[in-house]
Design a protein around this ligand. Structure first.
Ligand SMILES: C[S@@+](CC[C@H](N)C(=O)[O-])C[C@H]1O[C@@H](n2cnc3c(N)ncnc32)[C@H](O)[C@@H]1O
Length: 240
């Protein structure tokens, strides 16, 4: 389970100008003993192996249920709750931060969840290299890093190229659900999405969408609320 650290090493060895712009910075973060155990013992059950090549979702999940991808799940508390709510769907969670991955694995085990698989990887690389075209029934991106400084806006995961990549990987009619507590990022997302012909905004007035009741509160959302931030949901359909 070293996909991300290997990529980071490779990125470091590239000449400065050619380093890819990434939407994350790998923070060290200490692993608890429980997380260490989970990464070792539960990874074979839930983890996506680092191998090359396209993923076979039927083999991975052991069934043909639709697949919803969650990008940047943080500690995964929303992930396992959504999976518990919808056992008839498969969830593919992607996160670069190892302690968060360990935390989710422990929750999957203690709650007896079987419809989640986890990748500790850069979601952009995973989508490009391993997710089959037109294979996802949904993509959820909750509270992506807002990168508030203007010179860092290029690091925001929501960009025109990224949305094109999602469009390739999503089925027609699939739902892209995003949420942010950063007003300026919500506007940025709307601007990027307005330029896309492949997605249709499901908000009746073309803006943000009422928070669906079923969406579990995430850790970052709670933090934003403590800081007095307003939360914005955005929901789009992959057009036919
Ligand atoms: C602000 S946190 C939000 C976490 C969680 N969704 C929540 O709401 O609590 C954003 C997360 O996205 C992850 N992330 C950022 N870019 C990523 C990428 N390209 N692939 C996978 N994870 C990424 C970060 O490691 C971080 O945990």
């Amino acid at each position: 389970m070293s996909q991300v650290s290997l990529e980071e090493e490779n990125a470091e060895s590239e000449p400065r100008g050619r380093r890819p712009v990434r939407s994350f910075v790998l923070r060290g973060g200490r692993l608890t003993d429980g997380q260490k155990r989970a990464l070792k013992e539960l990874w074979p059950q839930y983890g996506i192996p680092d191998r090359e090549g396209e993923l076979d979702f039927c083999a991975l999940f052991g069934n043909e249920h639709p697949v919803i991808m969650e990008i940047g799940f943080g500690n995964g508390d929303a992930t396992w709750r959504m999976a518990a709510q919808q056992p008839e769907k498969n969830f593919l969670g992607v996160e670069v931060h190892q302690p968060g991955v360990g935390h989710l694995l422990l929750k999957l085990e203690s709650n007896g969840i079987t419809n989640v698989r986890v990748a500790c990887a850069d979601a952009v690389e995973l989508l490009r290299g391993r997710v089959p075209d037109a294979s996802l029934e949904g993509v959820r991106i909750y509270f992506p890093d807002p990168w508030p400084k203007k010179r860092h806006h290029k690091r925001r995961i929501i960009q025109r190229d990224f949305i094109e990549l999602l469009a390739e990987k999503m089925q027609h009619g699939a739902i892209l659900h995003m949420a942010t507590d950063w007003e300026a990022y919500a506007e940025f997302m709307l601007e990027v999405m307005r330029d896309s012909r492949q997605f249709e905004n499901l908000s009746p007035h073309g803006g943000t969408y009422p928070r669906p009741e079923w969406r579990p509160q995430t850790r970052y959302e709670k933090r934003g609320e403590r800081l007095g931030h307003r939360v914005h949901d955005l929901v789009f359909r992959r057009a036919a």
